[in-house]
Design a protein around this ligand. Structure first.
Ligand SMILES: CC(C)(COP(=O)(O)OP(=O)(O)OC[C@H]1O[C@@H](n2cnc3c(N)ncnc32)[C@H](O)[C@@H]1OP(=O)(O)O)[C@@H](O)C(=O)NCCC(=O)NCCS
Length: 391
């Protein structure tokens, strides 16, 4: 039977305008704001779903890579999934996403990540929780760190050195993005109504980090929002805090994005930093063999894991696979004993290390022999996955 929805990746200017209007209605913003967003994403990255030739929804793909175990894995972010209200509840979003996932697989993408407005929809498509996105807040007067081992220097918010410093930090954080240009753009090029400030931490010749921030009033509080930060040494971490501490005469609260268990708070004298909001982003394994062999693993580990995977959408992801890990790399071959059984959704939080294999078994996400659970724990356990960017 012919599907009533038609998928298209061929976008003309009038399609982009129509999609901008749909986005504006779906996300409570103006068509102008959404048109800017569409331009930023690039019309070649838009995908649509049509019904009787008319565009009834769409999304933006953001091609980039993501750091896993010290290696970058080809990842496509999905943003702005939207369906006109009159076509909701008819499977339009499901159809749009199914086609997109198949296209990503065809194009050689290994994994995909998105921020869900509803988990239910994306779980049906093989996405599962992959890592955290978390906002922290601290009353400025409670920082109390005065020692400042490094100098700071004000620099332009679009300094090229940020790319290099960011990459040095990103490679050690599971889940960090190798940011696509639209994501950098939002950090480096504020809109006219915002003023951003940027500082290098350390000497100009040998910087050890940076921070970009803005300031605003909210109710009766003056807030300093750290928009982006990189801290590469303990001296830089201490300097990060002492610099923020020096704002306490006027600033009431400091906000920044960090991991769910953020080591930056370990430098503080008391537990006055609190999580203000937290959310899990979802990840889908698009190509099992590519995803498992592109990421890095702990270099001292030499193990073999026998998996059996089911995937309703991508035929090639089904069956038994052996993951052999040695010298920090993984090699995938077909076959084996299938000692760890899971569907493609269950593989996501295992792959990212968000939960341990035992926890995933308790949550009904996988089923394994005791040996397979121990092996999987050794292979996938790492630092808690997170990212600082929302898209
Ligand atoms: C979310 C949205 C894209 C869903 O579109 P849709 O075409 O209605 O979704 P579908 O009909 O394909 O639904 C597929 C499945 O997801 C479920 N689903 C869809 N929206 C849901 C919601 N808001 N809450 C819970 N489940 C939802 C459906 O119930 C269906 O599952 P079922 O078959 O078990 O009932 C649409 O409501 C929308 O555009 N919302 C505004 C923008 C938005 O929030 N986008 C999401 C950004 S991540």
């Amino acid at each position: 039977m012919k599907s009533e929805f038609e998928y298209s990746s061929d976008c003309h200017l009038d399609d982009a305008l129509r999609f901008g209007n749909i986005l504006g209605q779906c996300f409570l913003s103006t068509p102008e704001q959404e048109q800017n967003w569409v331009n930023l994403m690039g019309i070649e990255n838009l995908r649509f779903i049509r019904h009787n030739q008319e565009i009834v929804g769409g999304l933006a793909t953001i091609p980039m890579t993501q750091w896993w175990g010290g290696e970058t894995v080809p990842m496509t972010g999905i943003a702005g999934v939207s369906i006109t209200p009159e076509h909701r509840g008819t499977g339009a979003a499901l159809s749009l996403m199914q086609h997109t996932i198949k296209e990503l697989h065809h194009n050689g993408v290994a994994i995909s990540v998105l921020y869900p407005a509803t988990q239910r929809l994306y779980r049906k498509l093989g996405y599962e929780q992959g890592g955290s996105f978390c906002g922290w807040e601290i009353p400025a007067e409670t920082i109390q760190i005065r020692e400042q081992p490094l100098p700071l220097k004000a620099v332009p918010t679009d300094s090229q050195i940020f790319y290099e410093l960011y990459t040095k930090q990103a490679k050690d954080i599971n889940g960090y993005l190798n940011r696509a240009q639209p994501i950098w753009h939002r950090i480096m090029k504020p809109s006219d109504k915002d003023t951003f400030y940027a500082y290098l931490i350390g000497s100009v010749e040998e910087p050890q980090g940076y921070m970009i921030f803005s300031q605003h009033s909210e109710n009766d509080d003056a807030i300093l929002r750290v928009r982006d930060w990189v801290v590469l040494t303990n001296a830089a971490a201490t300097t990060f805090w002492s610099f923020l501490n020096n704002h306490r005469a006027q600033i009431d609260k400091i906000r920044w994005r960090g991991s769910l268990n953020d080591y930056l708070t370990l430098l503080l004298p008391e537990q006055t930093a609190k999580i203000k909001y937290t959310q899990y982003w979802m990840l889908r394994i698009i190509n099992v063999e590519k995803a498992l062999s592109a990421r890095g693993y702990l270099s001292g580990i030499e193990r073999e894991l026998h998996l059996e995977i089911t995937d309703d959408l991508i035929a090639e992801n089904n069956g038994k696979f052996i993951l052999s890990v040695a010298n920090g790399r993984g090699n995938v071959t077909k076959g084996g004993k299938g000692e760890l059984k899971l569907d493609i959704g269950g593989l996501a939080p295992l792959y990212t290390g968000l939960f341990t294999p035992q926890q995933l078994q308790l949550a009904g996400k996988l089923n394994g022999t005791q040996t397979a659970l121990v092996t999987a724990t050794e292979i996938f356990t790492g630092s808690s996955p997170w990212m600082a960017d929302f898209f």
